[in-house]
Design a protein. Sequence first.
Length: 83
Amino acid sequence: MHVQGIGIGVLAFLLYTGNLIISLTFPARPIGIGNPFLIYAVIGVAAFLFVKYLVRETKGESLEEIEEDLRNRAVVKDESETV
């Protein structure tokens, strides 16, 4: 359950950061409105590709199983870096 607490904190930070970026880049006037939306579209496509190819499927797994798997991967990665 430790992963859940960290995940909620990271998600809240990313949500507020994303809202800030959108608020600062959204045009106040309708002139030149296309550029920010083009940037938003590129970010959306990049996010889609990231999730499709780099985030593993966790359907049917409990939070404890996911946390254990992530810990095992971290241990294996740390061991391979020290060799």
